[in-house]
Ligand binder design. Structure first.
Ligand SMILES: Nc1ncnc2c1ncn2[C@@H]1O[C@H](COP(=O)(O)OP(=O)(O)OP(=O)(O)O)[C@@H](O)[C@H]1O
Ligand SMILES: [Mg+2]
Length: 264
């Protein structure tokens, strides 16, 4: 996925100020940044949900030239918040994704997706009666059912996810992130908005850090998740620890409090 000079205006305000974005298949690309920095707006621009100027290429083709069925075969989208208007059961929600994608004729995918997300036995439950985290995992099962195989017709399939683990407990966060990493390793493209910088450090191959509708930094987690860059992005002193050469950086809340002069 390549976007150049992406600009989005909502109402009278320009929200994205002509930014460039790149994500490669085979990698997990994480979009991070403070509230209101434009992460969801960027996802919506990249998926064509919001009108944007600039050029956007998905598998080297301009997204505005892709027909609806080509888009549905190539990418699936999980929004930051999703409401389900009708009293659907869990399996019905997941089948919405499955039936929209290129594997609709292959049976068993919705059930397999639920199982991968630890939702065996939930198929007949009403979606609106699930907990927040169960609903979020059901939505991811819907997305995965749509683009179940990471490569379709010799081309990578893509998932665009806006905070897919925000409601999940730590165990399920790892389940989901392992699943996404596996999808990327198998040749698919994963573009995910994240708030948890430690999970980002562990799982992302490429990090795009946004602030005020622009890209503040991009690169590997070690390149982007630094004291200076994060402190500037979040307007708060943040301390990043690097345990060993080539180790995964991690951010310690206590160290942040001490650095901020907080009582400790
Ligand atoms: N429909 C809209 N009309 C006007 N402004 C909007 C609209 N939608 C979003 N915005 C503004 O655009 C900016 C970016 O919003 P966006 O939802 O992309 O942020 P975000 O980085 O996803 O934040 P969060 O971490 O809170 O989800 C915010 O200042 C928001 O108020
Ligand atoms: Mg958002």
């Amino acid at each position: 996925m390549i976007g150049n000079d992406i600009r989005v205006t909502l109402g009278k305000a320009e929200i994205l100020h002509g930014l460039d974005f790149q994500a490669r298949p085979g990698q997990v690309t994480a979009i991070v940044g403070p509230n209101g920095s434009g992460k969801s707006t960027l996802i919506k621009a990249l998926t064509g949900e919001l009108a944007a100027t600039g050029s956007m290429l998905l598998n080297n083709r301009p997204i505005d030239t892709l027909r609806p069925w080509e888009l549905a075969s190539t990418r699936a989208v999980q929004s930051q918040s999703t409401t389900v208007a009708f009293p659907f059961t869990v399996i019905e929600v997941v089948r919405l994704g499955h039936s929209a994608g290129p594997w609709a004729a292959e049976p068993g995918i919705p059930e397999a997706a639920l199982a991968r997300l630890g939702l065996d036995g939930y198929a007949g439950r009403y979606y609106h009666e699930l907990s927040g985290g169960e609903q979020q995992r059901t939505q991811l099962a819907r997305v995965l059912s749509q683009v179940w195989h990471p490569v379709f017709d010799g081309q990578p399939a893509w998932v665009f996810l806006d905070e897919p683990v925000s409601s999940l407990d730590i165990g399920h966060q790892f389940v989901v992130m392992d699943l996404l990493a596996g999808y990327a390793r198998a040749g698919g493209g994963v573009i995910t908005v994240m708030h948890d910088l430690n999970l980002t450090a562990i799982y992302a191959d490429h990090v795009v850090l946004m602030k005020d509708g622009a890209v503040l930094a991009r690169g590997t987690p070690s390149e982007v998740l630094t004291d200076a860059t994060l402190s500037r992005a979040y307007d708060h002193p943040l301390r990043v620890n690097q345990p060993a050469p080539h180790g995964v950086p991690y951010i310690l809340p206590q160290a942040c409090r001490a650095a901020a002069g907080g009582a400790g």
